[in-house]
Design a protein around this ligand. Sequence first.
Ligand code: FAD
Ligand code: DLZ
Ligand code: SF4
Length: 508
Amino acid sequence: MSRLILILGDQLSPDIRALREADKETDTVVMAEVMDEASYVRHHPKKIALIFAAMRKFAAGLEEDGWRVRYSKLDDEETSRSICGELMRRAQEEGADEVLATEPGEFRLISALEDCPVTVHQFEDDRFLCSHAAFEDWAKGRKSLRMEYFYREMRKSTGLMMEGDEPAGGKWNYDHENREPAPGVIDFNGPMQFTPDETVEEVLDLVESRFASNFGEARPFWFATDRGQARRQLSHWIRHGLKNFGAYQDAMLIGNRFLYHSVLSLYMNLGLLDPREVCSAVEEAWQAGEAPINAAEGFIRQIIGWREYMRGIYFLQGPDYMERNALNHRRKLPELFWGGETKMRCLSETIDQTREEAYAHHIQRLMVTGNFSLLAGLDPAEVHEWYMSVYADAYEWVMAGNTIGMTQFADGGIVASKPYVSSGNYIDKMSDYCGDCHYSVKTKTGEGACPFNLLYWDFMARHRERFEGNPRMAQMYSTWDRMSDEKRKTIRSEAGAILDALSEGRVV
Ligand code: FAD
Ligand code: DLZ
Ligand code: SF4
């Protein structure tokens, strides 16, 4: 009896595990665009278009390669709602009684495959550099699971940027060289933009007709949708963007949405690029003297450090991780996150860009929308769902640690040793947003005071019991204590007014 080989929309790697386990002569590959996947959150239309277009091209490539492929388009009449439904339908058509799959990156889908009436064997996804077992081993018995220590182990096990047992250049981490505001001139025009071909155009029409009410629009569309294009973007960025990636990775600029960022998460997360090949290409550029050590190390740390670590945390913590709410934050997500009016320039800039590109870089996600959500006490599950909905690179295995852990401190401090919060000062230092804002970043209280300034101290005061014992926060509490009673009262009452306005749907 033949078997089915399931390839999901983010498993578009030619050597994906399920294909390696398969027999080209007798097995049939199943790929399906299904409504359950396209709607478990209200994905940005650009993300759906990216996935469907890349799936169609990948399926065509497999056929050219001699595989028998059964591909279901979303608007085919017979296509069922779910991946399991499609497996059952194809199993009957093909007379197959088992399915080989690569483990999905989300508990929801792993359970759906386990519960599917047809037998599905799920093989571990070995596109990641750290297996579940290796992460569990690393985590076992540790009091704290800090990324930096995990990262060192990953450097050793991959050998990337190592000189024997020592890190290249003598230091594990060059982050202190990586915190510069944007320079006067940015000599990089951003990611390569690809003109939609016939396949992409067909998908864009489909997405426009079926997902018109989702946040954002499918067109204009320029993402790479196959491995060849993704590789061109990798080379383009290494040649022109990498050298300044390190220094300016925390900078934010009105009108420059990508700065020196690679915009490669989209393609790595889909499987079009392998994280190993990306890291090796960066290491080679550094070895050839084409990129400084702080850029190469900083980038490799994001991939073998943060990316692998976030996945490890997700699978270690389990399905209830997304429900954690250590700070008991309950405020509903305000309309401004969906493009509603706001007078805060940093938020409007980041959210407008997110709607138009389905992309924002790390510091915009962390220190603008994430910082604001935490300071405003927004419900972390709603925050998580927002991020899952609006970014084209969003998958739960990588998103959860970033939202629930890193930005919202909802896991009580597993990912972050202290909450990532800041007043307006940080945003002012790293961006040009404040100069163009209704509020004044230099004003701490009263008319026109920057909401980040007020909400920052209010957050510290609200959560004093939890955080005052944290040595990394002691200095902030002594600054707070040195303020006059009157000033503290004013801050709390003005912050309270902002929080009330958010809860009542008034413009902030
Ligand atoms: P670059 O700045 O060029 O960085 C290089 C690569 O490093 C990225 O492509 C990515 O693969 C990796 N990386 C960097 N930081 C992280 C991180 N914290 N966690 C995991 N990988 C990282 N990344 C996603 O891929 N998917 C998500 O759903 C996602 N959600 C996020 C949500 C929040 C609240 C935050 C703070 C970060 C999130 N990130 C996510 C991480 C990071 O913001 C994006 O990977 C990055 O912005 C993608 O753009 P880039 O490829 O230009 O990244
Ligand atoms: C994200 C996504 C979307 C939008 N659509 C599909 C789809 O129609 N078919 C499919 O196989 N995969 C899709 N995906 C990716 C899955 O949701 C993804 O595999 C899981 O979320 C696990 O990461
Ligand atoms: Fe954002 Fe405050 Fe700066 Fe305005 S002044 S852009 S609200 S940080």
